[in-house]
Design a protein around this ligand. Structure first.
Ligand code: M6R
Length: 609
């Protein structure tokens, strides 16, 4: 969501903060600001808009301190404006705070502070924190942050500096991600390892209700009661360059093209021989536990939810375990029934999505065993799970999730095939064929990427369409939903992903020449029915882009255009088909001149409910 970076060392703090924030801009980008400590006071600079504006402002009015905090904002309380942007200050300008999260009791705290004479300038929830820290500050910043945290309800990752203390920063966390970067003669605060990987590969991952006092020559960790916390440093496993565009126009494009390599890494050490069983040690489940499972509940948000929908299908088909898939934001509302031997599978790229984390806690509390399918190592969701299978996608920076999606499905497919094997629920020859298909995916993905220009030509024909419908059935209903999500989030074209079978129950009324339909019609269980659905659309003058397996002779006769996909077993086709649909959305958005890596109103990681 919002991005936080803090620096204390020998360098100019604003240079480090801005370089770090640049890597976090994908989290939120409607305003940005910095505050630096020195000479008994704080200097602050804030701008509305993207980070480049802050860079320009700092060129005009440089701030020279070597201790400071910075922030990029994704508005939750109060519109994007200079006053609402962070850092927020106490009335006397002595304390500055950057915050990611939401303070749920801010209205009550604001009223109490107002009654004590505090003047509020912004509409944000964060401002109460600056005033609270000031209220408790008597020369010991850590003690003041600790005391203020006791009054706060909700989620926060905080960076705090005081004008009269240029030799330290204080950071604190409850429910929102926070790491402390370890340097030599310098140290860092960040809401994401990616922000500071360019400066260090060692971090302390801060837990809920913990805080850190960060000085040039040392870092002290404690809980919120001041008890010391011992923690081993975590070494970030990916190189600094992994968070750069590497010659691609956008991160999204780079990440689409990383899929063959990422798939190989995901398979590595887990599946290498189609005739051998899959190894998933980090799953942390015994054969008896797997055999005893009565129900699986997938839960996730957005693209990860679509991966969960595919997961539900695979689990029922292969492992024959009754499965559900819930939108994480809706799960709690329906008070789900958790039977004995229920497994929750939590899917999340970031591992920090607030709705998903809340759903995890709900399911755990009700007695489910929880495993997660996560990308970001040591993220909150990974840490709170009983077992975790990392998707091994490497950093995903583009707001539109691409490689994480295909890798989430691949990882879930590995789990489903493993469960099927252990439970004896699928004939061995079918499992061998499935494992072979999974092993061939990196090559198939490369073939699809090599066909990018063909998909781009289709994009050129339709990029001005105002509306789009994505239709699928069976295991590829989720693919249709994901295709539509990709298009709408980066191109702003209204798109719906729908069950082709449901068309005739209402949405067919929308069909007319300006509505383009993408119909997923690959050979398999639902192929004939999909052909019938395409004919229904053509009969009503709707243009159709068919997605078909190579060599199909029927779809080119029915559809106006065809996106070709190499033939593969239907159960892994959601992985391959997703790739041209990502490419289609990417080029349509690019042709429309959209901000592909930072679409309006969106943040990469949604750390508020
Ligand atoms: O980090 P997560 O996988 O938990 O994020 C879930 C969604 O916020 C995310 O997939 C979102 O829908 C993306 N913008 C989709 O491209």
């Amino acid at each position: 969501m919002c991005g936080i970076v803090g620096y204390i060392g020998q360098k100019k703090a604003t240079d480090v903060c801005v370089a770090g924030l640049k890597r976090l801009e994908y989290r939120g980008y409607d305003s940005a600001g910095v505050a630096v400590a020195g000479d008994g006071k704080l200097d602050v600079l804030k701008v509305v808009g993207k980070l480049d504006r802050l860079i320009d402002a700092l060129d005009e009015s440089p701030l020279d301190s070597t201790c400071g905090i910075g922030h990029t904002r994704w508005a939750t309380h109060g519109k994007p404006s200079k006053t609402n942007s962070h850092p927020h200050l106490s009335n006397d300008g002595l304390i500055a705070v950057v915050h990611n999260g939401i303070i749920e009791n801010y209205a009550r705290l604001r009223d109490e502070l107002k009654a004590e004479g505090v003047e509020f300038l912004s509409e944000t929830d964060t401002e109460v924190i600056a005033h609270l820290v000031r209220k408790y500050y008597e020369g010991d910043l850590a003690a003041a942050v600790q005391r203020a945290s006791q009054d706060l309800e909700g989620a926060f990752a905080l960076g705090v500096v005081a004008g009269d203390q240029p030799d330290l920063m204080v950071a604190a966390r409850r429910f929102s991600p926070l790491v402390i970067g370890i340097g030599e003669g310098e140290n860092f605060i960040a809401s994401d390892m990616g922000a500071i990987r360019q400066f260090t590969d060692k971090v302390y991952v801060i837990d809920d209700d913990e805080m850190a006092v960060v000085k040039r020559d040392g870092i002290t960790l404690s809980d919120m009661d001041g008890n010391p916390v011992e923690r081993e440093a975590y070494v970030i496993p990916w190189p600094a360059e992994a968070a750069q565009k590497g010659g691609h126009k956008h991160f999204m494009h780079k990440e689409i093209h990383e899929q063959p390599r990422a798939m190989r890494e995901c398979l590595l050490g887990r599946l290498s021989d189609p005739n051998a069983s899959i190894t998933l040690e980090s799953l942390n489940m015994t054969a008896d536990e797997i055999k005893g499972l009565r129900k699986i509940v997938f839960t996730a948000c957005g693209t990860a939810y679509h991966a969960g929908l595919v997961g539900r299908f695979l689990m029922e088909k292969l492992a024959r375990i009754p499965s559900e898939c819930d939108l994480a934001a809706e799960l709690r509302a329906r008070n789900p029934v958790v039977l004995d031997n229920t497994l929750a599978i939590i899917v999340s790229q970031s591992g920090e999505t607030a709705d998903t984390l809340v759903a995890l806690r709900e399911l755990k509390e009700k007695g489910a065993k929880v495993i997660s399918v996560v990308n970001v190592v040591d993220s909150s969701i990974a840490r709170e799970s009983d077992g975790v299978v990392y998707i091994q996608a490497g950093p995903e920076i583009g707001v539109a999730s691409t490689k994480a999606y295909t890798l989430q499905i691949l990882t879930i497919a590995l789990i489903a095939a493993h469960f099927a094997d252990v439970r004896g629920a699928t004939p061995e020859e079918d499992l061998v064929a499935l494992r072979e298909a999974m092993l061939s995916l990196p090559e198939l993905a490369q073939t699809l990427l090599d066909r990018e220009d063909d998909v781009k030509a289709v994009a050129a024909k339709y990029f001005e369409s105002p509306n789009a419908l994505y239709l699928g059935r069976g295991v590829n209903l989720a693919t249709a939903m994901e295709g539509a999500l990709k298009l709408k989030e980066i191109s702003y074209i209204h798109a719906e992903g729908y069950s082709a079978g449901e068309m005739k129950h209402g949405p067919i009324a929308l069909v007319e020449p300006s509505l383009v339909t993408v119909a997923i019609a690959v050979k398999g269980d639902v192929y004939e029915k999909m052909i019938g659905n395409i004919q229904e659309i053509k009969a009503r003058s709707g243009p159709v882009i068919g997605v078909a397996f190579d060599g199909d002779t029927e779809i080119p006769r029915q559809a106006d255009d065809v996106i070709w996909v190499p033939e593969c077993p239907e159960l892994v086709s959601p992985i391959t088909i997703a790739i041209p649909l990502q490419i289609l959305a990417y080029h349509i958005a690019d042709m429309k001149g959209c901000h592909i890596d930072q679409p309006r109103n969106l943040a990469k990681t949604v750390t508020v409910e």
